[in-house]
Design a protein around this ligand. Structure first.
Ligand code: HEC
Length: 141
């Protein structure tokens, strides 16, 4: 009887599908474990980067900004701001807040010392060097 879907056929589809997707899962897992070490830049973590991360966390920059796409969407993405703007701009920007420009969203002044600004910039430089495989796709978030 052609056209009948037998129990044996259903079993084969089940086992065949299970084996196929299990092998696919193994292949993708292997691919990921081979690709990940190439994106590792942990050796770039200096004392300044760690201190900058602490400033980043305690001032809640993520409350308004995103870092690598993660965070709040009130203000621009900062994971790549070091590459987009450079250290001098970032320093001047932090000191010039709030701008008071009518119609623009405002950012508070965090009154960071020169040393703290350098640490924050070291952290943003580190973040900009993470290989995110071009994420987020929109560079200003
Ligand atoms: C209350 C919200 C808020 C917080 C908190 C905040 N920012 Fe901002 N930030 C903004 C806004 C809004 C802008 C964009 C203003 C504009 O374009 O006029 C901005 C812009 C920036 C820029 C310039 C971005 C660009 O693409 O030119 C940098 C750098 C920056 N913020 C760093 C920080 C850092 C570092 C922290 C934490 C220490 C922080 N911000 C915390 C609101 C915030």
């Amino acid at each position: 009887m052609s056209g009948t879907f037998t129990k044996a056929m259903a079993r084969n589809v089940f086992y065949g599908g299970t084996v196929f997707f299990f092998l696919l899962f193994l292949a993708l897992t292997l691919d990921t474990t081979k690709a990940l070490p190439k994106t590792d830049n942990r050796h770039n973590i200096t004392a300044d980067v760690a201190a900058g991360k602490h400033i980043w966390e305690t001032r809640n920059c993520l409350g308004c900004h995103t870092l690598l796409g993660e965070g709040a969407y009130y203000a621009p993405e900062l994971g790549n701001v070091y590459k987009r703007r450079g250290p001098d701009f970032i320093k001047a920007w932090m000191m010039a807040q709030p701008t008071g420009t009518p119609g623009r969203r405002q950012m508070p002044n965090f009154h960071l010392s020169d040393e703290e600004l350098d640490q924050l910039i070291a952290f943003l430089k580190y973040a900009s060097e993470i290989n995110t495989q071009n994420w987020p796709p929109n560079i200003e978030g």
